[in-house]
Design a protein around this ligand. Structure first.
Ligand code: NZQ
Ligand code: ZN
Length: 387
């Protein structure tokens, strides 16, 4: 096992009716800025529960945070924080709202000239406005991690940063808030969580059997519970299981002491930046082809995965076929949820994507993968095969 440090300071409050706990969790003596997206929380009653729980506090609102949130939008909230002397941010929504809140929190306290440098140049985040979250879409794990992914409209970039300063102080996870998710977002969430596990698991063996089995348990839970929430959106137990699985897929635990890949995510972020497809849609397209491209390097793990998750047996000499079968089973799982897995399904020209994305990675000097040996040329080949 590799050396690691693990610390997760996020308090999770999980279950039905837990939004009322905000009264205990949010400080009473500061102005609170409630951040949210396009209005789903107003339609499903989450907004009114939040406002009721905040009681007599001074509460201001900032809405209109878009999916794949833009820096430009976030900076408007930063202005408001400075003008109104906001002391606490409450993000209410999916990963986009939570990620935006983290960037806004850091940008409001940034001492350099342009907060975008936090993402573009890795500028240090030294402090942030304290924040908490009410999650309405299980997918990203943002509720229990220190990551944020932000886009910039002006440059067409989508970049991430990570800082211990932007961990939410708490996250409320009430599975009932997810009952109103459109099927597309429910499916996105299951696939995103699945791929988060893959990025930390589907690499090479470092004798970390516990982490392997923790990862496999999240995958199996998503495979068992995912179809239930698609068939029965109001199944509380299945919604709860998917929600907790998605949080566990990216709260840092699975990645302790093991190599991590993240190439699918890096390529996927570029697909979203250039063509606007949903985050999880981009992952579902890239992952199967990336696994095929990296089959030799990942073979031992692919065989273990195929056997333990899908019961795929193999005999000596059959390894290559068994690895292919494991990749196929993964893509079939995504398809069975209703997720498309080809660029042509989104009317994206594979050659165009290959040229644009490999060029951008080359300009940045980026090498991807758990061994940092996946070059822009490899990425180009992968994308061409995503046709
Ligand atoms: O904006 P509203 O009206 O709230 O509608 C949202 C949005 O249109 C809707 N929605 C959310 N909860 C709902 C609901 N509709 C009905 N009922 C509910 N309960 O769903 C739509 C999508 O929301 P969004 O927050 O964009 O989705 P998701 O949670 O998948 O977040 C995606 C973003 O997270 C980033 C992605 O890159 C993308 O920008 N990621 C963040 C990560 C992290 N922080 O660790 C890791 C991930 O890999 C990912 O990159
Ligand atoms: Zn993701």
């Amino acid at each position: 096992m590799l050396n690691f440090e693990y610390c997760n300071p996020v308090k999770i409050v999980f279950g039905k009716g837990t939004i009322t706990e905000l009264d205990k969790l949010v400080p009473a003596d500061v102005s609170v800025l409630v951040l949210y997206g396009g209005g789903s929380i107003k339609k499903n009653g989450v907004y009114s529960q939040v406002i009721a729980a905040l009681g007599k506090r001074r509460v201001l609102e900032f809405s209109g945070i878009e999916p794949n949130p833009f820096c430009e939008t976030c900076m408007k909230a930063v202005e408001m924080i400075k003008q109104e002397k906001i002391g606490f941010l409450l993000a209410v929504g999916g990963g986009s709202v939570l990620d935006a809140a983290k960037f806004i929190a850091a940008a409001a306290r940034y001492d350099g000239t342009d907060p975008w440098d936090i993402l573009a140049k890795g500028a240090a985040v030294k402090s942030a406005v304290p924040l908490g979250a009410v999650l309405t879409l299980p997918a990203t794990g943002s509720e229990m991690n220190a990551n944020s992914v932000i886009s910039k409209a002006a440059s067409g970039e989508k970049l991430f940063f990570s800082s211990p300063c932007v961990y939410p102080q708490f996250s409320i996870l009430d599975p009932e808030t997810t009952f109103t998710l459109p099927a597309r977002q429910t499916i996105n969430g299951i696939v995103d969580a699945y791929v988060h596990v893959f990025e930390q698991y589907m690499t090479f063996d470092v004798n970390a059997p516990l982490q392997d089995r923790q990862a496999e348990s999240v995958l199996l839970t998503l495979i068992e519970e995912g179809p239930k929430v698609i068939q029965k959106p109001l199944d509380y137990d299945a919604r709860a299981n998917v929600m907790w699985a998605a949080t566990n897929a990216l709260n840092g635990l699975l990645g302790c002491g093991v190599p991590q890949d993240w190439a699918t995510h890096m390529i996927g972020h570029e697909l979203t930046a250039f063509y606007g497809i949903d985050h999880a849609q981009s992952l579902a397209v890239v992952l199967p082809r990336l696994l095929t491209h990296c089959k030799e390097a990942k073979k031992a793990k692919l065989l273990q995965y195929g056997e333990r998750i899908f019961g795929l047996k193999f005999t000596a000499g059959d390894e290559c076929k068994a690895a292919d079968a494991a990749i196929k089973a993964t893509e079939e799982f995504f398809n069975s949820l209703g997720m498309h897995t080809r660029l042509s399904d989104y009317k994206i020209d594979a050659n165009d994507a290959a040229v644009k994305i490999s060029r951008r990675l080359k300009e940045r000097g980026t090498m991807l993968g758990e061994r940092a040996d996946l070059s822009p040329e490899d990425v180009s080949e992968i994308l061409i095969s995503c046709v």
